[in-house]
Design a protein around this ligand. Structure first.
Ligand SMILES: Cc1cc2nc3c(=O)[nH]c(=O)nc-3n(C[C@H](O)[C@H](O)[C@H](O)COP(=O)(O)OP(=O)(O)OC[C@H]3O[C@@H](n4cnc5c(N)ncnc54)[C@H](O)[C@@H]3O)c2cc1C
Length: 360
């Protein structure tokens, strides 16, 4: 076996949460290694929609301007309910769309340039919390002072800590396909949402730089027929879903962890369930929790006798996910079938739309 490498902090997962954590630690001068099972650039199933929240988080964490080449932007929204028009809307702020392949690769490059060691194409297999060491599938052993789990919805770090990665009773499931733009010639850069195509969920059409992404998602236990629902949604658009590569993934937008970690192990992003319970927006919360965990570990490393990293992280984490409590309350006015008609009706009123779509 190769000799054991050792780092002050190890970050498992190179999505937005992992890159933000590794960048923050490396920028603070800490010895950090980021591990991802994939070689980059890699694909990640995602609508790739970035609101002002993501843009603001990116600029704050990485201290540089938004890289416009990575995005397509739009202000035109169309809302419908089961294919029937509800409202159209031109927002004040841009919403951005990216291919996660390029966005995540770019963020990972920023972490590497700041000084983080990258270990790509090797998955974390076993984690020994007592010995503070993990073993990669290749057999390489890596010792850590702190471990940051940013390995997404099926997190092995969360599973090691809590026995499961997410709660099947509250998790959502999503299906999505990328459609070449010439198959939807009248779409342009319009963003579409349909409130009523999935139970406790919605459908979306997002205009990305290279294609249009069409998807639906909803609470997993309430949508055993999600594939049929996706087929019907494609038919509304004059398309046959069988012509495209449909992929599925869980989305942990039901419940974020109250305490995101234990001892010297911290969870961020999807691994902590940090996803908005109504919109399913996860990228800004991945960036913010990743950076908060990185800062907490860097602080704890600099003052070894002071408060633990988890206690420091929890303070910022609670602020980042505070809005989820409100969203979980409002979900009862948006998601149940009986409320969807009322919601669709209310959405026709411009003042209600403006109030709901706070644009930052
Ligand atoms: C269909 C769909 C559409 C979405 N649309 C949007 C949207 O439009 N806007 C938005 O804001 N959010 C959206 N989200 C949510 C968003 O994708 C996630 O919240 C976000 O990617 C979370 O980032 P992360 O860094 O926590 O995890 P991820 O981006 O999932 O990254 C996890 C990384 O960990 C790696 N990994 C996993 N296991 C291991 C292992 N054992 N060893 C090593 N590496 C490992 C993976 O390869 C991956 O690179 C969507 C999600 C889905 C499923």
């Amino acid at each position: 076996m190769a000799t054991c490498e050792s780092y002050e902090a190890v970050v498992v997962g190179g999505g937005p949460a992992g890159s933000a954590a590794a960048y923050t630690l490396a920028a603070a001068g800490k010895k950090v290694c980021l591990i991802d099972k994939a070689e980059f650039p890699r694909d990640k199933l995602c609508g790739g929609g970035l609101t002002f929240r993501s843009k603001r988080a990116f600029e704050r964490i990485f201290k540089r301007p938004w890289k416009a080449e990575l995005f397509n932007s739009s202000r035109d929204f169309l809302f419908s309910s089961n294919g029937r028009f509800v409202a159209s809307y031109r927002s004040r702020a841009n919403i951005y769309f990216t291919m996660r392949r390029s966005f995540d690769h770019y963020l990972l490059g920023l972490a590497r340039d700041a000084g983080a060691t990258l270990r790509l194409g090797d998955a974390v297999g076993k984690i020994d919390l007592e010995r503070q060491a993990l073993t990669l599938r290749s057999g390489q052993e890596i010792a850590f002072g702190f471990l940051i789990g940013t390995d997404g919805v099926n997190s092995v770090v969360a599973k090691t800590l809590f026995g499961k990665s997410f709660d099947p009773a509250t998790v959502a499931f999503t299906l999505e396909a990328e459609v070449p733009r010439d198959r939807l010639p009248n779409q342009g850069d319009r963003v579409e949402f349909d409130f009523n195509v999935a139970r406790w969920g919605y459908g979306w059409v997002f205009p990305k730089p290279d294609c249009v992404t069409i998807g639906i998602g909803g609470m997993h236990r309430l949508n055993p027929d999600l594939r049929h629902r996706l087929d019907a949604y494609f038919q509304h658009k004059g398309l046959d879903a069988k012509d495209f590569k449909v992929k599925g993934q869980y989305l942990p937008c039901g419940d974020c962890r109250r305490i995101p970690g234990r001892s010297n192990v911290l969870l961020c992003g999807d691994a902590a369930g940090a996803v908005d319970p109504i919109s399913g927006e996860g990228i800004p919360y991945a960036l913010l929790t990743g950076a908060a965990a990185g800062t907490a570990v860097a602080t704890a490393l600099s003052q070894p006798a002071g408060r633990g990293a988890l206690a420091i992280y929890c303070e910022d984490y609670r602020d980042v996910v505070a809005s989820f409590r409100r969203a979980k309350f409002w979900r009862w006015f948006v998601c149940p079938r009986v409320m969807q008609r009322v919601f669709a009706w209310a959405f026709r009123v411009e003042r209600v739309r403006k109030w709901l779509l706070v644009e930052g």
